[in-house]
Design a protein around this ligand. Structure first.
Ligand code: IFM
Length: 472
């Protein structure tokens, strides 16, 4: 944490109806399989790239892993009761590919599917709508060994897995998301080595981008066709992690830095999905680096299979400079500089700047440039929680964070953005990838020794705000 930049943030926020959010606004909480399930070797699940990465020395804080995580696999009915107690109407969770299709090839594993069928039963009993993400980063290790996302075949393997999942659960689930944050899979996983599988090759990362999108498109086609053939109600989407890029000055270099950041962070996903074409400026930038996206005939038609909703994961906006701190427009490798500039803003425990108005800006821009209805499929914050002697967690910073971002959503709606829901990240404190269990994003605390769950103040605020807004 940059102590010189710590700016006080928490306010005393009390629950109140959020003006402008209609009674049918969708409220949810979100999780992901590897972050909460545990039971890593049970009922036929095989290792994913995260099991391997966690066991690679130096990759995850304290060498932690998701073997047990929140033990949700065994505590699922109680966790669903907890979700129900929060008064949300929707639960967004991901399916573990290596649980449903061990090794990433072959038939479905009935025991893996059974877990999710039981989860759907519990949700149905409590009238909570399931919102499924097919892929939240747990690629079966066998497929990484065969080349991973830089290999075209992985897109076809993903489509096959998506078909197995949809065939088994599509009659009970309307809301399907193909991928969660493909930017993270491609860039953190294959360019920067900061997440599994920990590779560092920019060209491979660009191939991964295309094959993730191809997998998305092939899966989307299958879900669309099958839903139509079986007369099943389907709302199909993809979730992207999106932010805003603001220039530090009005220089040409800073404007170019924003163009590149927006291009590689957002438009390289949004444009092919919604318009069937990669952004020409980014294709040209890549060509200057002798990199070509591995597009084959017909791929872009597949990738642009129509969607019903765009999932938006928002955490922060960024200020960009196009020069180094010394003023050079080129970095040590001779590449144009795209440098995030720190501001004196309040920050979360991830050291991420808190920028709620950027969420309003983002939603308006998405509305204008892409026009799809949106749902905030993730938003939330890690803070260093303290448990007071009476066992309570007075997480005023997280509560303030949620309140400010929900207000930002309402602002965007008031200005014409078609935002239909908001899901808090996350239901539970959980395995925060390379940060292990160090960073707590939950609105419900998990004591990892006892697996006890405790509602933080933010959870109570969220619950009461939802109730008041619905009844307003
Ligand atoms: O925990 C992650 C989640 O898995 C994907 N989106 C960002 C969250 C916070 O880092």
């Amino acid at each position: 944490m940059n102590n010189h930049l710590v700016t006080p943030y928490a306010r005393n926020v009390t629950p109140a109806p959020v003006p402008g959010l209609p009674a049918d606004f969708r409220w949810g909480v979100a999780t992901a399989a590897y972050q909460i399930e545990g039971a890593a070797a049970e009922d036929g699940r095989t290792p994913s790239i995260w099991d391997t990465y966690c066991r690679t020395p130096g990759m995850v804080v304290r060498g932690e892993n998701g073997d047990t995580a929140c033990d949700h696999y065994h505590r699922m009915p109680d966790d669903v009761q907890l979700i129900s107690d929060l008064s949300v109407d929707t639960y967004r969770f991901s399916l573990a590919w290596p649980r449903i299709q061990p090794g990433g090839r072959g038939p479905a594993n009935p025991k893996g599917l059974d877990f999710y069928k039981r989860l759907l039963d519990e949700l149905e009993t409590r009238a909570i709508t399931p919102w499924i993400t097919l892929y939240h980063w747990d690629l079966p290790q066998d497929l990484e060994d065969a080349g991973g996302w830089p290999a075209r075949d992985t897109a076809h393997r993903f489509a096959e897995y998506a078909a197995l999942a949809y065939d088994a659960l599509g009659d009970r689930v309307k809301h399907w998301t193909t991928l969660n944050e493909p930017w993270c899979s491609a860039m953190l996983g294959y360019a920067y080595g900061a997440q599994a599988p920990g590779r560092k090759d920019f060209g491979d990362a660009m191939s991964a981008v295309h094959h993730l999108l191809l997998g998305h498109g092939l899966a989307s086609q299958y879900l669309r066709e099958t839903a139509a053939a079986k007369n099943q109600d389907l709302e199909l989407g993809i979730t992207l992690n999106l932010g805003t890029a603001t220039p530090e000055t009005d220089s040409r270099e800073d404007a170019e830095a924003c163009r590149r950041a927006d291009g590689l962070g957002s438009r390289i996903y949004l444009d092919p999905i919604t318009k069937g074409a990669y952004p020409a400026d980014i294709v040209a930038d890549l060509a200057l680096r002798n990199i070509e996206l591995p597009v084959q005939d017909g791929d872009l038609e597949v990738i642009s299979t129509p969607l019903d909703v765009l999932g938006v994961n928002f955490y922060r906006g960024t200020l960009f400079s196009g020069v180094t701190e010394e003023g050079s427009p080129l970095d040590a490798d001779g590449l144009p500089v795209t440098r995030g500039v720190e501001r004196d803003l309040p920050r979360t425990a991830m050291d991420w700047e808190i920028t709620p108005t950027a969420l309003t800006d983002l939603l308006l821009r998405l509305q204008q440039d892409y026009g799809l209805p949106t749902v905030i499929t993730e938003n939330g914050a890690a803070f260093d929680d303290e448990v007071t002697p009476d066992g309570e967690i007075h997480d005023a910073d997280r509560t303030t964070y949620l309140a400010d971002h929900i207000a930002a959503v309402a602002d965007a709606r008031a200005q014409g953005a078609d935002v239909r829901g908001y899901f808090a990240w996350s239901l539970l404190d959980n395995f925060e990838w390379s940060y292990g269990y160090d960073k707590r994003f939950g609105i419900v605390r998990v004591d990892y020794e006892t697996q006890e769950r405790t509602l933080k103040d933010s959870a109570k605020w969220y619950r009461d705000t939802i109730r008041l807004t619905r009844d307003n």
